[in-house]
Design a protein around this ligand. Sequence first.
Ligand code: OAD
Length: 269
Amino acid sequence: PSNGKPDLSTMADYITKGGVSSVVVMVGAGISTAAGIPDFRSPKTGLYHNLSRLKLPYAEAVFDIDYFRKQPEAFYTLAQELYPGKFKPTLFHSFLKVLEEKGILRRVYTQNIDTLEEIAGVEADKVVYAHGSFAENHCIDCHAEMSKEDLREIMEKDDIPRCKKCKGLVKPDIVFFGENLPARFFKLLDNDLSAADLVIVAGTSLQVHPFASLPSQVSCPRILFNLEAVGDFGRRKTDVIRLGACDEGIRDLADQCGWGKRLTELWES
Ligand code: OAD
């Protein structure tokens, strides 16, 4: 490029000329907004700006474990809306599958609980649900498990799921503020970050730790696809920042890699 700064075409060359074998992707709610799922912090459309009907003391209380103990109704109102199954993967999700097919996807670290990564066809062992998911549910007191089917049935009757053993509150294994991230996150993270030769970050405000610090922990080239600049992107000469809708950015990168046709096929399938 004329100004000497790397751009998407530099990255496409780096990827397709054999320089890349281990891509780590770090994503958040912004990669699913095109599927119709609101993100959290976008002005006007984000969930945290639209929760007044839940009468929360502050927006993030809906995912706060202490507040959940007192007022589980707020979370369950939201959970019914966000429950996976009704949404279709976006172009960005299908790009993850393209990377996997090319044999260069090391891992996707997602903060999302919509499981659209796997619905797009990405193998389960390539995905780390950093903030958990709806896959399992446990009593917050005695930790007994409740099946997905039972939880869903109770939730859809507008009831609050309670433990059959101790009557404690049951909650999907989504990581709330005040809870630890899943063990799998910590087990894989260090090796994945040292192995990465390209990091792609997309659709996240990088506001929530420890996830927020992941991009700054790598030393390889990084690409950001986001509506706004986030984290420490831009401080490194090797960073490529593509502001705008991530589906448009990823379409551009896929085309420049010569993968556009495959991306469309996967997305339409
Ligand atoms: P946020 O809502 O904080 O950030 C979403 C980011 O994606 C913002 O920077 C948006 O500008 C951007 N964005 C939205 N639509 C986009 C699009 N079509 N293309 C590109 N960028 C887009 O969501 P997260 O960063 O995922 O935690 O939030 C992190 C965590 O905070 C969530 O996992 C959740 C929340 O509290 C828990 O539920 C525990």
